[in-house]
Design a protein around this ligand. Structure first.
Ligand code: HAM
Length: 469
């Protein structure tokens, strides 16, 4: 009798990815890799170096940088206690001290909801202010926010971002950062790209504008929804972000920040616009663009693209002078952006027809060569052939067990292979291999070196960029 007999048979639990997370599968991952490779290339040409920061950090870092009242920090972070430090700190009664002293032992840690705070932390930690300024860094990787999942909005999502830290706040820096994103999107042939810019002032002029806005909002409070009513107190600027249909007419009558910028901010904004024009970057001014993170000042921008529905912001960014100082570093200028990679990919997929028409968006799914072998001697030759073909850059499928040729060819077809290399005892003893082109069924007998040359020539025909001079 087996052990489990007599017991009610329990079905093993079927696991599924947690809500708001998902698997990225081939062939889609080829597109992800192409996007990331393009980012490495384009950002490299602008002199940026890659930084990789941890996926979790002290909660306090994000609370300080992004802002305790923001949706991200107040509702959306995945936070847990750091089991080692928490009891130790409590046991030893070490709950006082400056933020800098507390940070290394912060009791709560969070999965990163964004990476700007981490990059600033790293800038301070590694004394990057001693390097030639500005320091230009980019990153890519997963971020975590407990938002309500929908198309283009996930709880684990991916960003590709860049930050410029230190040096001056010259408007040309703002413009070049924006030019870089637009160049990247251009290289990917992203469709329907729309760049919105704004200036939200600085410590001098913004508080006065916020007060004016609050006063105006209080007059119409009854006509606003509960979220906006709450924001009159917590962050009136965020009311401008509202997408509620019923609030649009009210918002349209509110004072514009552009009319309330101090002289320095107004001059900076005018110069950023001029610098964008010098670079041929087309923008639209959007006075309601305030962004949902607290660290911004002066320049803010957002980019939308086609095919994304309501979650259509594919990139957001802005200037954040003062953030490094807020995190315990020296006074430092800063500006950057983050692209939502999931949304970028969605938008690219929506327009695949136009992309594949140009050849660049076409994603190869199949193998170049399927090796159909029969017999022990042929197996040894097949293993060697696979090694040589892969070394030459071809994608090769080598079946692990012998198959009848008919079945092997069927399998090759299903995998979308371009060629089947047929290796039986005859082929091996004659030294002439049979190569079948699966698209038209034609066959050729080739020696080993001829085979390699033939495949290389055919590949170059299909992709002219591989043709040598
Ligand atoms: P953010 O606007 O919060 O800015 O996010 C940037 C982009 O990330 C968004 O425009 C969107 O494409 C994508 N994104 C955000 N949340 C989600 C989500 N739940 N699912 C899918 N995609 C999402 C920042 O994170 C700043 N750190 C950007 C920055 C860098 N500013 C200065 N430097």
């Amino acid at each position: 009798m087996s052990e489990g007999a007599g017991k009610k048979e329990e079905k093993p639990r079927k696991f599924q990815a947690i809500r708001g997370t998902r698997d990225l599968l081939p062939p889609e991952t080829l597109l992800w890799n192409r996007v990331e490779q393009t980012a490495h290339e384009v950002f490299g040409t602008f002199g940026y170096g890659e930084i990789r920061v941890p996926i979790f950090e002290p909660t306090e870092l994000f609370a300080r940088a992004v802002g305790g009242e923001t949706d991200i920090v107040s509702k959306e972070m995945y936070t847990f206690s750091n089991p080692k430090s928490l009891p130790a700190m409590v046991r030893e009664g070490r709950t006082e001290g400056t933020l800098a002293e507390m940070l290394p032992e912060a009791e709560m840690i969070s999965l990163r909801p964004e990476a700007t705070a981490s990059v600033c932390r790293a800038y301070i930690e590694h004394n990057m202010q001693q390097q030639p300024q500005p320091v230009k860094l980019y990153y890519m990787g997963p971020m975590f926010r407990r938002e309500r999942p929908q198309k283009g909005r996930y709880r684990q999502f991916y960003q590709i971002g860049a930050e410029v830290l230190g040096g001056s706040d010259a408007p040309a820096i703002d413009a070049e950062v924006i030019e870089m994103v637009m160049t990247f999107f251009g290289r990917l042939e992203l469709q329907g790209v729309q760049l919105d810019i704004n200036s939200i002032g600085d410590r001098n002029c913004r508080p006065k504008y916020v007060e004016l806005l609050r006063a105006e909002l209080l007059k119409v409070k009854d006509k606003l929804g509960p979220d906006s009513q709450r924001r009159i107190e917590t962050n009136p600027l965020r009311v401008l972000d509202s997408k509620l249909e019923s609030e649009q007419a009210i918002i349209a009558k509110l004072p514009h920040i552009a009319d309330h910028l101090c002289e320095e901010c107004a001059a900076h904004y005018a110069a950023v616009k001029h610098q964008l024009e010098m670079r041929g970057v087309i923008y639209r001014e959007n006075w309601r663009l305030v962004r949902g993170l607290d660290y911004y000042m002066r320049t803010t921008f957002e980019i939308t693209a086609q095919g994304l529905g309501s979650q259509n912001a594919v990139c957001g960014g802005g200037r954040y002078d003062g953030l490094v100082e807020l995190l315990g570093g020296p006074p430092t200028k800063g500006i950057g952006f983050a692209i939502g990679e999931d949304r970028l990919i969605l938008s690219l997929q929506e327009s695949t027809s136009s992309l594949s028409a140009s050849g660049k968006g076409a994603v190869a799914t199949g193998r170049d060569v399927y090796i159909a072998w029969m017999g022990e001697r042929a197996h040894a030759t097949a293993i060697r052939a696979a090694k040589d073909l892969r070394k030459a850059g071809f994608s090769v499928e080598l079946p692990p067990v012998e198959q009848k040729f008919g079945k092997a060819l069927g399998q090759a077809d299903k995998l979308g292979a371009k060629y089947a290399l047929i290796l039986g005892d005859n082929e091996v003893s004659e030294g002439l291999w049979t190569l079948k082109t699966l698209a038209d069924g034609s066959q050729a007998k080739l020696t080993e070196p001829d085979l390699l040359n033939f495949l290389k020539r055919e590949k170059a025909k299909a992709d002219p960029s591989l043709r040598s001079g």
